[in-house]
Design a protein around this ligand. Sequence first.
Ligand code: ADP
Ligand code: MG
Length: 159
Amino acid sequence: MRSLPFFCRGPVVRGFGRGSKDLGIPTANFPESVVDKLPADIGTGIYYGWARVNNGDIHKMVMSIGWNPYYKNTKKSMETHLIHKFKEDFYGQTLSVAMVGYIRPERGFSSVEELIAAIHSDIEEAKRKLDLPEHMKLKEDKFFRTSISTANHQIMNGH
Ligand code: ADP
Ligand code: MG
């Protein structure tokens, strides 16, 4: 995929409440405005990379790009699971992501257990791949040196 690595940033919006969090794998959703800027060669499937909430630490992530049921599957959705335990939700905060590589295409599962097992194996693959020096150096990219202004979060959080 010629467009990788791909960097993007935007607010975290509410998803469709598919219960990802109940599975222990919450996914932070980007709004349509961010999804619309994806290059055409970045198709649906599972990706790995780096992600950061506001000006916080940079964490490993896995991202699912799929078809958005809200738009009758005519638009892509982007959902990022950061490989880190957060104390609180971060709706409305700014998420910055570097999509680094591709893991696998989207697929169906016959049970929730099978789905969870697949995601855990994606997470293990992401962790391993991101330890490679060529991927580690993307954490130092100037993209992550941009400071997200506090004023900006306050406006987005409505206080
Ligand atoms: P939604 O359908 O609103 O996206 P989810 O069940 O997928 O609901 O939960 C996503 C929310 O959980 C994120 O928007 C974020 O605020 C929060 N969250 C907490 N920890 C994480 C994490 N490690 N990765 C992604 N989101 C997280
Ligand atoms: Mg979600």
